[in-house]
Design a protein around this ligand. Structure first.
Ligand code: NAD
Length: 453
């Protein structure tokens, strides 16, 4: 498999992909290894995972460079991601032992207690956009809980995936407890065909739905962290319009808009609309686009070449339906998968840019009159990952957020994940939760004991 640098389309490296036979071999070894790993005390497993975290942080420059080369992510954002993902390790250190330990429920004549056993060997089929964050959410938690992991990195972040393996093994995770499966969806399919004890997927709705249907007959846990079309509504009582515009732009364009919880559509109340638009465009004009290895680059290359056509088609469709292109909307001269950050106004829900996940450097901003109108538009989506409202009035903001079917609601912030609370999507944004105590318990199955002496 050719690993291509999206910022110049040069070949970085070629990797040997897994085959049907190698997948069978690795899965069989993991089944044996898991039995031994399960018997290792949680505290010991946790120490090994914390050691992994230290190794990663000690090599942050090298790892950030690899991530930037294979995904086009600006180097400072790669560093931020690797540093930031460490909060999952802090979270595990703080809570894992407590939430994985047996729980005494009653003290009567019959003692009742619950023990939490690992699922067994699980598949972690993962995405490329934040491989540290979304990877750690699954494989670190699964390992601490006593599972063995088949880790299938995206074909667009396989070098990073191999680094996870190297450092996990170096930290003391046995090679028959964590293994990496290299390749495209074909290799993912071999994992779906294997006899595994759980499927944890991060990626697009289309692939997630396919995976869920393929493995349904196995009756094992399936978790899906999928896409979004996350709305942000800026109310007319917002404290500082310029600051709101700066924060909204960052929510839309950080990592080139390739975040599952990126702001994908914005609604602005008419009294502040003009001021908001002018501040927003000023901010976006100031973003430096270019070589992702430069420290001051904010807009790097779009990772998947296929996404470029989708974004340019959204622009064309919006213009055809009467939108106004305020900035960007085209590919600059030169090599690499670049798109100039794109802002469309005069948009509406007849346009694809307001309905279908863009996952790139493009945003539509729509003027609204009332909270009711904003609410109607915000809920007009098949997705349910996050929604945000900017306002000075928490009650007014919450009145909208309470009614929306989303896994995460933001007041005066956006595009944010914390390990202390569940990360979960509704509707086409997914199934199940990672992070929080739910995200630890996701990797175990309870066994109820009724003990009478
Ligand atoms: P994708 O669905 O194209 O691929 C994800 C993974 O699935 C890859 O490893 C791929 O090789 C594998 N795969 C593809 N076809 C398969 C098949 N038939 N069987 C088994 N595996 C298969 O998604 P992507 O482009 O890597 O990621 C982008 C998407 O992920 C966006 O929609 C984004 O919103 C979503 N995402 C969601 C979250 C979240 O937490 N909700 C986080 C990150 C990304």
């Amino acid at each position: 498999m050719k690993i291509i640098n999206p910022s110049n389309n040069n070949l970085i490296q070629e990797l040997e992909t897994d085959t049907k036979e190698s997948v069978i071999q690795k899965v069989n070894a993991l089944k044996e290894g898991q039995k031994v790993w399960q018997a290792v005390p949680v505290a010991e497993r946790l120490q090994i995972i914390l050691k992994f975290g230290e190794l990663v942080q000690s090599k942050i420059d090298e790892l950030a460079r690899i991530l930037t080369l294979e995904t086009g992510k600006p180097i400072q954002q790669s560093i931020n991601e690797i540093r930031g993902a460490n909060n999952r390790l802090d979270h595990l250190q703080k809570h894992a032992i407590k939430w994985l330990s047996p729980e005494e429920m009653t003290e009567g004549a019959t003692r009742e207690l619950v023990e939490y056993e690992p699922l067994g060997v699980i598949a972690n089929i993962s995405a490329w956009n934040f491989p540290y964050n979304v990877g750690y959410n699954v494989f670190l938690y699964a390992l601490v809980a006593g599972n063995a992991v088949c880790y299938k990195p995206s074909e667009f972040s396989s070098l990073t995936g191999l680094k996870f393996q190297e450092f996990l093994w170096e930290a003391g995770v046995p090679s028959d407890v964590f293994n990496t499966f290299i390749g495209t969806g074909e290799v993912g399919q071999y994992l779906l065909d294997s006899d595994l004890d759980g499927y944890f997927f991060t990626g697009s709705y289309a692939t997630g739905r396919y995976i869920a249907t393929q493995v349904a007959h196995k009756l094992v846990p399936v978790q899906l962290e999928l896409g979004g079309k996350d709305p942000l509504y800026v109310m007319d009582d917002v404290a500082d319009v310029k600051q709101a515009a700066i924060n909204a732009a960052e929510g839309a364009f950080y990592n080139n808009g390739q975040s599952c919880c990126a702001v994908e559509r914005i609604y602005v109340q008419e009294a502040i609309y003009d001021d908001f638009i002018s501040a927003f465009i000023d901010e976006v004009k100031g973003y430096k686009m270019g070589d992702p290895l430069n420290k001051d680059t904010f807009i790097g290359a779009v990772t998947r070449p296929q996404q470029i056509d989708l974004i340019l088609n959204q622009v064309e469709d919006a213009l055809f339906h009467g939108a106004e292109l305020r900035i960007g909307g085209f590919r600059p001269e030169g090599e690499g998968n670049y798109i100039v950050p794109t802002v469309l106004t005069g948009v509406n829900h007849d346009m694809r840019v307001m309905k279908e996940e863009s996952f790139g450097p493009i945003i539509g901003i729509q003027r609204v009159k009332t909270d009711q109108e904003a609410y109607e538009l915000m809920k007009d989506t098949e997705y349910g990952l996050t929604a945000a409202v900017f306002s000075q009035n928490q009650e007014r903001a919450k009145a909208i957020l309470d009614k929306l079917s989303v896994g995460t609601a933001y007041w005066n912030c956006c595009d944010r994940v914390s390990p202390e609370v569940p990360w979960t999507g509704r509707k086409n944004s997914g199934l199940g939760a990672t992070l929080s105590y739910q995200g630890i318990r996701a990797f175990v199955q309870p066994k109820a004991y009724h003990l009478r002496s």
